[in-house]
Design a protein around this ligand. Structure first.
Ligand code: SF4
Length: 104
């Protein structure tokens, strides 16, 4: 029998953003690009001093969280990172298949 452990949320207790306005990390509806850039810069400045940034980013990437600034990356930056990891894994898989084909 397999037991699934509940996710560990303890890292959130040490989050630098605890008590800050949620809108700083997620932005309001209809936000224009210049305001978004300013807001995200401020959110990332909070993240820069956060001791649980790695845990936060790992959580957001693993979900994946579609919106907001998590671990000092916005949604576009996280999606770009995921695509890069997927592309690298595909390239490595193809290289391994090629090597296997040459060895046979
Ligand atoms: S890294 Fe940023 S969003 Fe994540 S817990 Fe820390 S302050 Fe909050």
């Amino acid at each position: 029998m397999t037991t699934t452990l509940p996710p560990n949320w303890n890292w959130q207790d040490s989050a630098e953003c605890r008590g800050t306005e949620v809108v700083l990390f997620f932005g309001p509806d209809g936000e224009r690009q210049p305001e978004r850039e300013i807001r995200e810069r401020e959110a990332k400045a909070v993240c820069a001093g956060c001791v649980v940034r790695p845990e936060c980013l790992a959580y957001a990437v693993s979900r994946p969280e579609k919106y907001g600034t998590w671990g000092a990356l916005n949604e576009d930056e996280r999606a770009s990172g995921r695509r890069r990891v997927t592309r690298r894994a595909n390239d490595e898989r193809k290289a391994a298949e090629r090597d296997d084909g040459e060895a046979a």
